[in-house]
Design a protein around this ligand. Structure first.
Ligand code: 5RP
Length: 225
């Protein structure tokens, strides 16, 4: 599939940016997967790094490919983080959280000297918002937050598992997927959501990513933020 080829090309290109002795933030999702696998190959070939995973799923993957792991407590400053995105605009503002890992992803991205986004070509958009914005909330506040989000112009939908029960994040919280349509001022919306009690984190990453590697067929395009 072209899409898989693009994800793999982007993930592998990003893994090449990692240097000996780096502390590396390991993203979550099907594109970050290829970066983690490629890093595992480099570790087997002698690269000395330690990874900090953005999810339980990525921690399992990293262990399975032989990447030594550490924690933010041991290494609060990360050299480079490689992670996917659900959408991004030309300024490298992102929507993340399709995989439900947005809170840890944002903590790790903002603790990093450099965040590199890896994506297939379908993720680039002129204006964010087609992808429903994931918002992690505490269950206690759900109805109040749904009303607030509706007042901001979106339709919030509780994320469910295939069995119909609420999806629960690695932090024990729920997710509202919020269809805003076009988000004309993502920074203003990000501030509004961050100021709402009960919202743990939202998937707008404003001004955090410094570089995107975008798979286009078998080749990779670089975009700088
Ligand atoms: C997980 C994320 C992912 O990075 C995002 O969903 C993109 O995933 P994929 O590479 O599978 O399209 O934010 O919370």
């Amino acid at each position: 599939m072209a899409n898989e080829e693009e994800k793999e090309a982007a993930g592998r290109a990003a893994a090449k940016l990692v240097r000996d002795s780096d502390i590396v933030g390991l993203g979550t999702g099907s594109t970050a997967y290829f970066a983690v696998v490629a890093l595992g190959e480099r570790v087997k070939a002698g690269l000395k790094i330690m990874g900090i995973p953005t999810s339980v799923q990525t921690a399992d993957l990293a262990r399975s490919v032989g990447i030594p792991l550490t924690t933010l407590d041991e290494h609060p400053e990360i050299d480079i983080t490689i992670d996917g995105a659900d959408e991004f605009d030309p300024k490298l503002n992102l929507i993340k959280g399709g995989g439900g890992a947005l809170t840890r992803e944002k903590v790790i991205a903002t603790a990093s000297k450099k965040m590199v986004v890896v994506a297939d070509s379908g993720k680039v958009v002129p204006t964010l918002g087609k992808f429903p914005l994931p918002v992690e909330i505490i269950a206690f506040a759900r109805t109040v937050i749904e009303k607030k989000i509706a007042s901001l112009g979106a339709t919030p939908k509780l994320r469910l598992k295939p069995d119909g029960s609420p999806f629960i994040t690695d932090n024990g919280n729920q997710i509202l997927d919020c269809s805003f349509g076009k988000i004309e001022d993502p920074a203003a919306l990000a501030r509004e959501l961050s100021d709402t009690p009960g919202i743990v984190e939202h998937g707008l990453f404003i001004g955090i990513a410094k570089m995107a590697l975008i798979g286009r067929g078998p080749s990779v395009e670089q975009l700088n933020g």
